[in-house]
Design a protein. Sequence first.
Length: 233
Amino acid sequence: MTTVDAGDWLSALAKDRGDIDRSSTAERVADKLRASVLDGDIKPGQQLNEKALGDALRVSRNTLREAFRLLTHERLLVHEYSKGVFVRRPDAADVADLYAARRVIECGALRRWDDAPEEARQAVRDAVSSGRERAAAGDWTGVGTANIGFHRAVTALAGSARLDEEVKRLLAELRLAFHVMGDPEAFHRDYLPLHGELVTRLDADHDVPAAEAALVAYLDRAEEQLTTGLRGA
């Protein structure tokens, strides 16, 4: 077994300290851009201007490019040679893959309802209330944001930070597909009541298997609607 003097590898790490600092900042920038996608502020096909973003966030062009690289790996951005960086437009195959992952993660998390902390269950209820409030105000883009919050809260029932992070990335990509559907009210209107029905099955009926079956049917329906819309767009 080969041993390496501690001073050698520590010195090598110290030389890379600048890269680590830039990477850390790039990750924070990527977090902010991802959050803008989740909130519906950044839309598919939109070009991201390096100078404008760099000035707004007060980061270097190299840091911004590293953030772009991270989000390209997550399939949120795409680099077009000689044109620039654009927000990616998911296709039907992307949606099918996203929903395959969501069924495994969200249905598994939902089974933890009875064992989850009360604050985690309340977060699911609060997401339902948020969606209803935004619908009552006629804010259907906000309903889409509440929808994302509902599914993140369902995932959080599992109590896994790793799953929470993964679903945040999946739902950011999915939010881009929502935009392609056009009218947010037409898309979200029928799904909003289903959130409340799921919580009723869990809270009033204490029937987790029925709630899971309802969630599967919900996801199947949404996937079909999205893939059909993307193929026709």
